[in-house]
Unconditional design. Structure first.
Lengths: 60, 222, 234
C-alpha cells in the first residue's frame, strides 16, 4: 500500500482523520447509549414486580 | 361576508392593532438596509451588486418577525379551537391567515423596497425587477412561514426554532428573487428567474395550507 | 406491506435486529477494511492525483446524507398515513446519523475542493445544497426536542420531514441554477477510472452497512428507553 501522498497529504489525512474520528465516535456513543439503556431497564425490572407480559431486555 | 372574508378581515385588523406588525417589519427592513452599507462600505458599485441579495434576505427576515404569532395568539386564548370547529375548512383558514400575513408584512415590504433600492444605488430597471420579484415572492414567504408557525404554535419559545425550520425551505425564493435582480443588473433577461419564482410561490401558496392545517390539527390534539 | 407491519411489533423488531446485527457489523468492518486496502493500493489518478482518495470517503458520506433523509421521509409517511408504530422511533433515530454524514460530506468536500480549486469553501451547487441539507436536519432534530408531548412531536416532525422532502429537489434545482448564474465551479466533473470503482463501491457499502448497524442499535436503544419510561410511570 502506498502511503506517500506528496503535497496532498495535508488534505487527505485530515479528511480521513475527521471521518474516522466522527464515525468511530458515533459508534462508541451509540453502543454506550445502548448499554446504558439496557442496564437501566434491567435495574428497573429487577426492582419492579414481574407482572408484565415480556422481558424486552432479553430480546437481544 | 363569507366566512373566509370575515376571517381575513379579522386577521388583518388584529395585525394592524397589535403594535402594527407592518411598522415593525418595515422598520426592520429599513434598518438592515442601513446597516449593510455600514458593514460592507459605501462603494456604490459594490452595493448595487449586492442590493438584490441583501434586500431579499432582509425582506425574508422581516417577514419572519411576525410569523410565530400567526396561529399562536388564537391558540393561546382558545379561539383556534373555535375556528377549527367552524364550517370553514381549516385549510381555508390557513389560507386566510397567509393572505392576512402577506397583506400586513410582505406587501408593505414590497412597497418600501424601491426606496431602499435607492440607498443601494440600484439602477431603475433593476429596481423594477426587485419590486416585481418581491411582489411575487413574498407570498411564498408567508405561505412557507405559515407551515413553520403551525408546527411550532404550541411552543413557548417556538420563535427560535421557526427560522431554523423555514429558512432552508425559502432558499429557492431568495435564489430566484435575487437572481432576477442580478440578471437585470447585468442587463440580461430576468424572465426565467421571475418565472421560476412565480412557480415556486404559486406552489407554496397552493400547497402549504394543507400542511399548515394538518399541523394545526395535530397541535389541537385532533 | 404485511411484511412491514410484522416488524411493527417492537418485540419482533428486537428479535430480528438482534439476529441480524452481528452480520451487519462484521460486514461493515470487512467492507471498510477492503475499501481502505484497495484505495490506498491504487495508483494516483491521472487528473486528480492522490486526492482521489478523498473522493472515496466524500461520495459515500454525501450519498448517505441524502439517502438517510429519504429514509426519514419514508418513515414519516408510514407514521402519518399508516400509523406504523416503530416508524417514529426509526425516523428520529436516523436523523443524527444523517446529520453526521452531511457534516462529513461537507468537510471532505471542502478538503477535496481546496487542492482542486484553491479555496476551502467553494459555493458550488453540491456543497451549497449540502449546507442547506444540514440545516434541514438540524431543524428536524430541533423540532423533535422542542415539542414536549412525544406523540405530537412525532407527528410534527413527520410533517416537517415530508415538507422538506418535497422542497429538497426544488432547493437542489434552484441552487444548480444559481450556480450557473454566478459561474461557480463544478466540484464533481469527469469520470472515475475503473480501478477506483472497486474501492469506492466497497466504501459505499461499508458506510451504508455502518449506518444500518448503528440505526438498528439506536432503534433498539429507543425501544428499551420507552420500556423503561413506562415502567417508571407505574
Amino acid at each position: 500500500m502506498n502511503f506517500d501522498m506528496g503535497p496532498y497529504s495535508v488534505y487527505i489525512w485530515p479528511a480521513y482523520g475527521v471521518s474516522a474520528v466522527l464515525l468511530i465516535g458515533v459508534t462508541v456513543w451509540t453502543v454506550a447509549a445502548w448499554r446504558r439503556a439496557r442496564a437501566k431497564l434491567a435495574g428497573l425490572e429487577k426492582r419492579g414486580p414481574s407482572s408484565r407480559p415480556r422481558d424486552m431486555a432479553s430480546g437481544t | 361576508m363569507s366566512p373566509f372574508a370575515t376571517l381575513l378581515a379579522r386577521d388583518i385588523r388584529l395585525a394592524a392593532r397589535s403594535g402594527g406588525s407592518a411598522a415593525l417589519a418595515l422598520s426592520f427592513f429599513a434598518l438592515v438596509a442601513t446597516l449593510v452599507p455600514l458593514g460592507v462600505g459605501a462603494d456604490l458599485h459594490l452595493l448595487a451588486r449586492v442590493a438584490g441579495g441583501i434586500l431579499w434576505v432582509a425582506a425574508v427576515l422581516a417577514a419572519l418577525l411576525s410569523l410565530d404569532r400567526l396561529f399562536q395568539g388564537d391558540f393561546e386564548d382558545g379561539s383556534l379551537d373555535v375556528i377549527a370547529l367552524s364550517p370553514l375548512p381549516l385549510e381555508l383558514t390557513a389560507l386566510a391567515k397567509i393572505m392576512a400575513h402577506w397583506l400586513s408584512t410582505g406587501l408593505p415590504l414590497t412597497l418600501l423596497s424601491p426606496l431602499l433600492a435607492l440607498l443601494f444605488n440600484l439602477p431603475a430597471p433593476a429596481t423594477v425587477i426587485l419590486f416585481v420579484s418581491l411582489l411575487v415572492g413574498t407570498p411564498a414567504v408567508s405561505a412557507v412561514g405559515a407551515i413553520g408557525a403551525a408546527l411550532t404554535l404550541s411552543l413557548k419559545r417556538g420563535g427560535l426554532i421557526l427560522p431554523l425550520i423555514i429558512l432552508p425551505l425559502l432558499a429557492p425564493a431568495v435564489i430566484f428573487g435575487a437572481g432576477a435582480v442580478s440578471l437585470a443588473l447585468d442587463q440580461l433577461a430576468p424572465q426565467n428567474a421571475l418565472g421560476m419564482l412565480a412557480a415556486f410561490a404559486f406552489a407554496a401558496v397552493l400547497l402549504s395550507p394543507f400542511a399548515a392545517a394538518a399541523s394545526v390539527r395535530l397541535n389541537l390534539g385532533g | 406491506m404485511q411484511f412491514i407491519f410484522r416488524y411493527a411489533n417492537p418485540h419482533e423488531f428486537m428479535r430480528l435486529s438482534g439476529r441480524v446485527l452481528p452480520f451487519t457489523a462484521i460486514a461493515t468492518a470487512a467492507c471498510l477494511a477492503a475499501a481502505l486496502y484497495l484505495g490506498f493500493s491504487a495508483p494516483p489518478d491521472y487528473q486528480q492525483g492522490r486526492t482521489v482518495l478523498i473522493l472515496f470517503i466524500h461520495v459515500p458520506a454525501a450519498t448517505l446524507a441524502m439517502g438517510v433523509y429519504g429514509a426519514i421521509a419514508v418513515c414519516s409517511l408510514l407514521s402519518l398515513v399508516w400509523r406504523h408504530p416503530l416508524s417514529d422511533i426509526a425516523a428520529r433515530s436516523a436523523a443524527p446519523l444523517g446529520a453526521l454524514f452531511t457534516v462529513l460530506g461537507l468537510v471532505t468536500g471542502s478538503l477535496w475542493g481546496k487542492p482542486m480549486w484553491g479555496t476551502y469553501w467553494v459555493w458550488d451547487a453540491r456543497l451549497t445544497s449540502f449546507l442547506l441539507l444540514l440545516f434541514i436536519y438540524l431543524g428536524y432534530m430541533a423540532l423533535w426536542n422542542a415539542v414536549e408531548d412525544e406523540t405530537r412531536a412525532a407527528r410534527a416532525a413527520a410533517i416537517l420531514a415530508l415538507v422538506g422532502a418535497v422542497n429538497i429537489p426544488i432547493i437542489k434545482f434552484s441552487v444548480d441554477w444559481w450556480n450557473t448564474l454566478h459561474q461557480g465551479e463544478s466540484l464533481m466533473s469527469g469520470k472515475l477510472a475503473p480501478v477506483f470503482l472497486a474501492p469506492l463501491l466497497l466504501m459505499m457499502a461499508g458506510y451504508a452497512l455502518l449506518f444500518l448497524t448503528l440505526w438498528m442499535v439506536r432503534i433498539r436503544t429507543a425501544i428499551l428507553e420507552r420500556r423503561a419510561r413506562s415502567l417508571m410511570q407505574g
